[in-house]
Design a protein around this ligand. Structure first.
Ligand SMILES: Cc1ncc(C[n+]2csc(CCOP(=O)(O)OP(=O)(O)O)c2C)c(N)n1
Ligand code: SF4
Length: 244
């Protein structure tokens, strides 16, 4: 009998702490499947970050290192410099990557580090109670903008793919969404390409995943996915921004 599906060896069986409908678990699964398919599980070092995915090291069989809030790209660059033969990637939320870590993010991309970055954009600081993040979309209600983000008062959201694709050092920049199955499959293709870039030494590769945080949106999981599809993708168009 031929095997048509089995769990990847990158993730272990530890019970996850994520809320029902949270996209983080799905994002990890896609990364795990890609690493398994590319036979990279044994040589991958994951650089985790601060936020709801901060316990990721408990869920993975790979070597993991935790960075301070926002510092994952700098840590990953150091790890890659010492272990050029390893596959090194960061997994970061939007508060981590686009707020406190925006300096490290831009610098690593501008330097053209041969790294893979997986960016889980759920539009809020999830772990700390759903505060407004640089990625919160206009009109979105959060615990620190209860009447909705108003650009004249709170500023405009940062499109990280739009920003990074302007940098010469960034080679692959793409945005996908995890709100339904066809888009999840598209996201997997992008993640695969981003790891292939590193494998081939082609430089910095970045994949943004639009994610649902039902708890802080105060929605049911299905409603949160619909919100990502209907509202988030308007502000953050999907697709490949750069591929060279
Ligand atoms: C230097 C520092 N500042 C603030 C915090 C508090 N903090 C912990 S998690 C977090 C929010 C993380 O949000 P995000 O990166 O969007 O990830 P999510 O929880 O949404 O997955 C913050 C601000 C911290 N741990 N360290
Ligand atoms: S608070 Fe949001 S990001 Fe954090 S585990 Fe729950 S749904 Fe996921």
């Amino acid at each position: 009998m031929s095997v048509i599906y089995q769990k990847d060896t990158y993730l272990n069986d530890t019970k996850r702490h994520y809320c029902p409908g949270c996209s983080h678990g799905l994002a990890h699964k896609l990364v795990g499947q890609v690493l398994e398919e590319l036979q990279l599980v044994e040589k991958t070092i994951t650089v985790g970050s601060v936020g709801c995915s901060g316990l990721f090291y408990d869920y993975s069989n790979s070597d993991c290192i935790m960075a301070l809030h926002g510092r994952a790209p700098a840590v990953a660059a150091g790890v890659k410099a010492v272990h050029p033969d390893k596959i090194v990637y960061t997994y970061q939320g939007d508060g981590d990557l686009a707020s406190i870590g925006i300096g490290e993010t831009v610098s690593a991309a501008a330097r053209g580090e041969n790294l893979t970055v997986i960016f889980a954009n759920n539009s809020v600081f999830g772990m700390t109670g759903g505060q407004m993040a640089p990625t919160t979309i206009p009109g979105e209600k959060t615990s620190t903008c209860r009447d909705g983000r108003e650009p004249q008062v709170h500023g405009y959201p940062i499109g990280v793919c739009e920003l990074l694709s302007q940098l010469q050092g960034a080679r692959y920049v793409a945005r996908a969404s995890l709100h339904d199955v066809p888009h999840i499959l598209e996201a997997k293709k992008m993640i695969r390409k981003a790891f292939t870039y590193q494998l081939e030494g082609r430089g910095y590769a970045f994949v943004e995943l639009l994610c649902a945080c039902p708890t802080n949106l105060r929605m049911k999981p299905t409603e949160a996915c619909r919100w990502v599809e209907e509202e988030m993708t308007k502000v953050y168009p999907l697709g490949v921004f750069k591929e060279e």
